[in-house]
Design a binder for this molecule. Structure first.
Ligand code: JD8
Length: 233
């Protein structure tokens, strides 16, 4: 069972993780999602979590402590932990990384705000033998914090866990998971459903033919065409 812990100063932002597919998966005991308020780990009367940056500059940086006590509280020196610090300067998340996270035992997501988290938090846990540190970004645009990124990663990861999505076959033919001629990952082919005619638009004849061999060939060709098109854009 995959244990997922998330730490944030806006825990309510992460509440959607308890809904629908992930909520049901947690009910089925396929994964466990725990959401933690960083301020619960602060000891000062103002529950402060940030301070001015050494070396000057705009904005505030998140202090290393309470992150230390928050992470220590949910880990020990034995059990393997994968600590994911979200940052726009991180390694780009993709389907391959989702597959790697889906077979882990314990994922901790550090969802920062302000200008980010004091870099020594990653340095400290990156040096611990039972920790693997992942500094991850979901894309080349700037968000206000790590919460949304963590939810994207958890949605993409959790649905790869056996039993989370109803029909595992649908995983096989998904974007970024079907391979083309030279094993390159393809995006999905276009899908259609009833009615056969909608606002004057018809469904490609081949899909109504019942000829599954020809349909599979057509779908692969569509996936390759769209993949190539995206490359040229
Ligand atoms: C974590 C604080 C905000 C970022 C000053 C705006 C991921 N793909 C992504 N884009 N942005 C993030 C991200 C942004 C974050 C934090 C992740 C913590 N911020 C900062 C630097 C500029 N503000 C992200 N994953």
């Amino acid at each position: 069972m995959l244990q997922i812990d998330l730490i944030s100063i806006f825990p309510e932002y992460l509440a959607p993780l308890k809904l629908s597919l992930l909520g049901k998966a947690a009910d089925k005991g396929l994964l466990q999602i725990n959401i933690h308020d960083l301020r619960a780990q602060t000891t000062d009367v103002h529950h402060s979590v940030d301070d001015t940056p050494y070396g000057g500059g705009a904005g505030m940086v998140m202090s290393a402590e309470p992150w230390g006590s928050a992470i220590d509280q949910m880990t020990n020196d034995q059990d393997q932990v994968d600590l994911i610090i979200l940052t726009p300067a991180g390694k780009k998340f993709d389907q391959k990384m989702a597959g790697e996270f889906a077979i882990k035992k314990h994922l901790i997501f550090a969802c920062g705000r302000y200008e980010g988290i004091d870099a020594r938090v990653g340095e400290y846990y990156g040096a611990k033998k039972n920790f693997t540190l992942h500094e991850v970004s979901i894309g080349d645009y700037v968000l206000g914090g790590g919460e949304v990124a963590a939810m994207v990663i958890i949605e993409a990861t959790a649905r790869l866990i056996a039993g989370v999505i109803g029909n595992p076959d649908s995983l096989k033919e998904e974007s970024h998971s079907i391979s083309g001629n030279n094993q390159e990952l393809l995006v999905e082919y276009p899908n259609y459903t009833k009615p056969a005619m909608w606002r004057g638009l018809s469904v490609p004849e081949i899909l109504l033919s019942g000829n599954h061999g020809q349909i599979a060939k057509w779908r692969k060709a569509q996936a390759e065409r769209r993949t190539q098109q995206l490359k040229e854009e």
